[in-house]
Design a protein around this ligand. Structure first.
Ligand code: NAD
Length: 261
């Protein structure tokens, strides 16, 4: 028995990183997954590896409403219904606020915030039609605390917590639970770009990240995308049946307080 037997879950940004690990874990737990991303080659390859009975890839730029409409249709056609969503896609840009070009700020809002809104808007009616289900939004520790040079990103992640609470209130009577994850530093291409550089050594970079986070994080290491996937599983399964509208921090204790060690 898997924890997601019989479920059909849309996962955005599923071609790599946390979304990829969520897809792998959800399929292992019995779900069928509709994978959306803009990295079509990677997404197609993952869906193929997971098998056509369990996974389908669609090109889904989360900032584009038309893409959502066709993705939901494709998901229903492939698997008969949709009863879950993990709003995972996101982008990060580094700039102090006074140096941030307006276009960059708007791009981050368009993907992270508008993308999450469109995901809720277009998936919730399908989940309601299926009799209820779950939505998990990926925010960040930067939704809860400040960090220099990620102003646009932090603003969108705080907005995702607002969306989560309102969606939980509005969708509870449709039997849809909505929660958010606030990961700390997680070892994916977003925080470890060496994973994308064929000339770099990602293991060396992971070790460097660990050295950095040893000083900042009580658990003394960077997090793994597989660990965030387990939280997404908890929030998507019946194990969290009485939980909605909440942010869940997964950060190795980073936000717990000021470390003096
Ligand atoms: N890595 C971290 O340290 C960290 C920390 C906190 C929160 N997060 C959040 O976790 C989520 C997953 O990030 P990750 O760490 O796996 O990084 P990642 O960069 O490896 O993965 C992000 C995925 O989103 C996809 N994506 C980007 N723009 C898209 C768009 N317009 N439409 C559809 N897909 C798009 C990318 O192609 C990629 O596959 C993001 O929302 C990110 O903000 C990451």
């Amino acid at each position: 028995m898997g924890k997601l037997d019989g479920r059909v879950v849309v996962i955005t940004g599923a071609a790599r990183g946390q979304g990829e690990q969520e897809a792998r874990l959800f399929v292992a737990e019995g779900a069928k997954v509709l994978l959306g991303d803009v990295l079509d080659d990677l997404g197609e390859a993952l869906a193929k590896e997971l098998g056509g009975d369990s996974a389908k890839y669609v090109h889904l730029d989360v900032s584009q409403e038309a893409d959502w409409v066709s993705a939901i249709e494709a998901g229903k056609e492939a698997f008969g219904k949709i009863d879950g969503l993990v709003n995972n896609a996101g982008i990060l840009r580094f700039n102090e606020l006074v140096d941030t070009p307006l276009e960059e700020f708007q791009q981050v809002v368009q993907v992270n915030q508008v993308g999450a809104f469109l995901g809720i808007k277009h998936t919730a009616p399908a989940i309601a039609e299926a009799g209820g289900g779950t939505i998990v939004n990926t925010a960040s520790y930067t939704a809860l605390t400040g960090m220099a040079v990620v102003g646009a990103y932090a603003a969108t992640k705080a907005a995702i917590l607002g969306l989560t609470r309102v969606a939980a209130m509005e969708l509870a009577r449709k039997k849809i639970r909505v929660n958010a994850m606030c990961p700390g530093a997680i070892d994916t291409p977003m925080s470890n770009p060496a994973q994308l550089d064929p000339n770099a050594d990602p293991t060396e970079m992971s070790a460097a990240l660990n050295d950095l986070y040893k000083k900042l994080v009580p658990l003394e290491r960077v997090g793994k995308p597989e660990e965030v996937a387990k939280l997404a599983l908890f929030l998507s399964s019946d194990d969290s049946s009485y939980i909605t509208g909440q942010p869940f921090v997964i950060d190795g204790g980073w936000l717990a307080g000021v470390s003096i060690f």
